[in-house]
Ligand binder design. Structure first.
Ligand SMILES: Nc1ncnc2c1ncn2[C@@H]1O[C@H](COP(=O)(O)OP(=O)(O)OP(=O)(O)O)[C@@H](O)[C@H]1O
Ligand SMILES: [Mg+2]
Length: 345
């Protein structure tokens, strides 16, 4: 039917006779009815999964075969279901899930978890992200992929960081702030040679300039939170995501957390205290990182958002570092020579 829509020679839409319009309309109606039926079937299958109690804690299950032919989800495809959280009164927090679905839908692009379907107020159906070795978060991946292996600089780490920065820039272009770019929310896909980080969990996202209504502070969130995010009356701003990227970059390049988790915990309970200082400079931790990149990462981590760099500046520093690391690796310089070059840069 599609080939009849455009005139094959001119590529122009032909004028339709009344009977043709009616048959098109009929076809569209039938297609909609089919899709609606599939959607209802799918939702029934999802509801009938009979979630057991402890899935309140972990709302993710994989549907290996249950889905059938609903929309773009292929039969037998594994998807991940993220169910609405429970409120204190035992009801589902459907409004929060609706919001999350809206932000996810606005941000559908490479590098963002794929929203395959949405059962309104009940569950998000997400494309499964996994590497050859299984489900990995950024944290797991970094542990087995240090930036420096003996005298070799691991350029895959810089590529992963670059991809994260570029994707965050795209999110910000849509005027959305993620607000929870922590390690557990960065999933690793792709292959060992070409790892592809995917940003998940838009459960804390909001539009720039709005005052977010509350925030779930779950495991790992504290270490990725800049001081302004502790203030419940502050407007959401892009610089807060830039801080969180700084936390990820510091960890990826040095193998250590940037600030002491204990001190951050203390700050969270008495926010009048001064925001903790960095445990050590990037180059104190790893002097194979160039001075230029180290400075940019530390600026991202500045406690004052006005002093953080833009994502374009971060991208620029990372791309220079990619060239620099390739030079070091290509030269095959060993030991003291490599260290001296790293210091000079
Ligand atoms: N598309 C996916 N593919 C594979 N694993 C996923 C996917 N989405 C989520 N997960 C897994 O589920 C975990 C929790 O997902 P998500 O962060 O979206 O939910 P959450 O309830 O907000 O969790 P938390 O409060 O811990 O951040 C992720 O850290 C990841 O391990
Ligand atoms: Mg999460």
């Amino acid at each position: 039917m599609g080939s009849q829509i455009l005139d094959e020679q001119t590529g122009i839409l032909p004028v339709l006779s009344l009977s043709q319009t009616t048959s098109f309309q009929q076809e569209i109606d039938e297609k909609r009815a089919r899709e609606r039926k599939n959607q209802i079937n799918f939702e029934q299958q999802l509801f009938s999964l009979n979630f057991v109690q402890n899935q309140k804690m972990n709302p993710h299950v994989s549907l290996e075969t249950a889905i059938g032919d609903c929309g773009p989800i292929r039969s037998g495809e594994t998807v991940v279901i993220k169910r609405a959280n429970y409120l204190a009164d035992g009801s589902l927090d459907s409004a929060a899930l609706d919001e999350e679905a809206r932000f996810l839908r606005d941000c559908q692009m490479l590098g963002i978890v794929n929203l395959r379907n949405y059962v309104r107020g009940y569950a998000l159906v997400l494309g499964e992200i996994r590497t050859e070795t299984g489900h990995e978060t950024f944290n797991d991946w970094i542990k087995s992929n240090p930036y420096r292996r003996e005298n070799h600089l691991n350029t895959a780490v810089l590529d992963v960081l670059m991809k994260l920065v570029v994707t965050t820039e795209q999110i910000h272009k849509r005027n959305i702030i993620h607000r929870d770019l922590k390690e557990a929310n960065i999933l690793m896909g792709g292959t060992a040679e070409q790892p592809a980080p995917v940003i998940a969990d838009f459960g804390n996202a909001c539009y720039a300039g709005t005052v977010p209504q509350g925030r779930k502070i779950s495991a790992g969130s504290l270490t990725a939170m800049p001081p302004e995010q502790f203030n419940s009356e502050a407007q959401a701003r892009k610089e807060s995501d830039i801080y969180a990227l700084g936390v990820l970059m510091y960890h990826a390049l040095t193998g250590f957390p940037s600030r002491s988790p204990d001190e951050l915990e203390q700050f969270a309970t008495s926010p009048k205290k001064e925001f903790p200082k960095l445990v050590a400079s990037v180059r104190d931790r790893n002097d194979y990182v160039s001075t230029a990149l180290a400075k940019v990462v530390e600026h991202c981590l500045n406690s004052d958002y006005a002093h953080r760099p833009s994502l374009a500046e971060v991208r620029d520093a990372l791309s220079k570092e990619q060239a620099y690391a390739q030079c070091i690796n290509a030269a095959g310089l060993k030991g003291i020579a490599t260290r001296t070059m790293a210091r000079v840069a």
